[in-house]
Design a protein around this ligand. Structure first.
Ligand SMILES: Cc1ncc(COP(=O)(O)O)c(C=O)c1O
Length: 391
């Protein structure tokens, strides 16, 4: 039989490797050859409850046999349940469901513009920050202040300006220059290699946004839902946004995004202003209720915190002995190991040795295990990582 390279079927947006992954359970996934991998990538911060979580499988079966889709012209119970849970567990008063992080950010940008008066008041600009990442569709991409993602796809949308992350003076200078409708920021940048916003920076943005009636949007697509040891990362700064965008772990592995916002934002949006065919799909929302109910438990968050601290401490021990590591960054179970050189080969060798990590910018290897990780899994990951570094 002719051996085919499976990459020949795909637009090469990813440098995928073979053999394909075929199953997962708990902290582990298996490929088609039977090789087992300890998953410290969580599908890039998605599989918060690991793989094949029993309650998620039960929910999939229950909801899957009841109702898969009826359109957003009608209410569906799982959407109502998840919206109620999101509101009960955050600053939010209203929810809009979509399918992904980029769509959540598109909606947030649109809502902020409509709220500010948009074109009619010439108040439509959006401020975002260098090294942030907000998605691949044109609004979210235009808000992503990184040339490497724009290259070849220009022009970007009108009305987007950028300032330096964590630089109050630079943000202030830009905010004074133009009339803004919104400010979008990741409180903990993920794709750029785990850069935390300072509390002072977020407080400045909050104060400015309130004073100038601008929507403050926190993109918690990667850092939200318990990943950093509190349900939402903004809690650690004591700074509350007007809009928060979510996706990744929200649907437990099915596509689901959300905009969580204040009533004030929501009340300017009228039926027909925005929409989605699939957003808030009943199956994804049913899984979302299981994920959110689980990760919102105090005992669960305590274990994310304890395991996050343990993981960081173990990585710091390795960093002390190994000068190829320049820093260990992050909070909770969103941890980045900064290296002197591109960590691509280290990540590939870790995979060959049965450990999945994810690369981020600035020579960073991300450790983002499912939030159900235990000390024994961390010990195993550390053993593989340090063996790869020494070899
Ligand atoms: C902070 C942040 N926002 C938005 C996105 C885009 O999400 P999606 O890939 O679901 O469109 C990502 C994806 O990595 C992200 O990390």
């Amino acid at each position: 039989m002719k051996k085919t390279d499976t990459n020949e079927y795909f637009v090469p947006t990813y440098a995928r490797t073979n053999p394909p992954m075929v199953k997962g359970k708990g902290m582990y996934v298996w490929d088609a050859s039977g090789k087992k991998y300890l998953d410290f990538s969580s599908g890039i911060a998605v599989n918060a409850l690991g793989h094949a979580h029993p309650e998620m499988i039960k929910t999939l079966k229950d909801q899957g046999t009841k109702l898969l889709h009826v359109s957003n012209l009608y209410h569906v119970q799982p959407q109502i349940d998840l919206a109620k849970q999101l509101i009960a567990n955050s600053f939010g008063e209203k929810v809009f469901f979509c399918n992904s992080g980029t769509e959540a950010n598109e909606a947030a940008i649109k809502f902020s513009r409509k709220c500010a008066g948009g074109m009619s008041k010439k108040k439509y600009n959006v401020l975002s920050f260098h090294e942030g990442f907000h998605g691949r569709t044109y609004g979210a991409l235009s808000a992503t202040a990184q040339e490497k993602f724009h290259a070849g796809f220009g022009p970007m949308m009108k009305g987007f300006y950028y300032a330096k992350f964590n630089d109050i003076a630079d943000a202030k200078a830009m905010l004074r220059k133009h009339d803004f409708a919104g400010i979008i920021v990741e409180p903990l940048q993920g794709e750029s290699g785990i850069n935390a916003a300072t509390t002072a920076f977020l407080k400045f943005l909050r104060t400015w946004a309130t004073k100038h009636k601008i929507a403050l949007i926190f993109d918690e697509v990667q850092c939200g839902m318990g990943r950093t040891g509190t349900l939402w990362n903004y809690e650690q700064h004591g700074v509350v946004p007007d809009i928060m965008t979510l996706a990744k772990p929200l649907g437990g592995g099915l596509p689901l995004g959300a905009v969580v916002c204040s009533k004030k934002i929501a009340e300017v949006i009228k039926p027909g202003d925005h929409g989605t065919t699939f957003g808030g799909n009943p199956l994804a929302c049913a899984l979302g209720t299981v994920v959110l109910k689980t990760v919102a438990q105090k005992s669960f968050l305590r274990s994310v915190n304890a395991n996050g601290k343990y993981l960081k401490a173990q990585l710091e021990k390795i960093a002390k002995k190994n000068d190829s590591i320049t820093a260990v960054l992050g909070v909770g179970l969103m941890v980045g190991v900064r290296m002197k050189d591109d960590p691509k080969d280290v990540i590939t060798s870790c995979k060959e040795s049965g450990l999945l990590l994810v690369k981020a910018a600035n020579n960073t290897a991300r450790f983002m295990p499912p939030l159900i990780v235990q000390k024994k899994d961390i010990d195993k990951a550390i053993e593989i990582f340090s063996q790869v570094l020494t070899s």
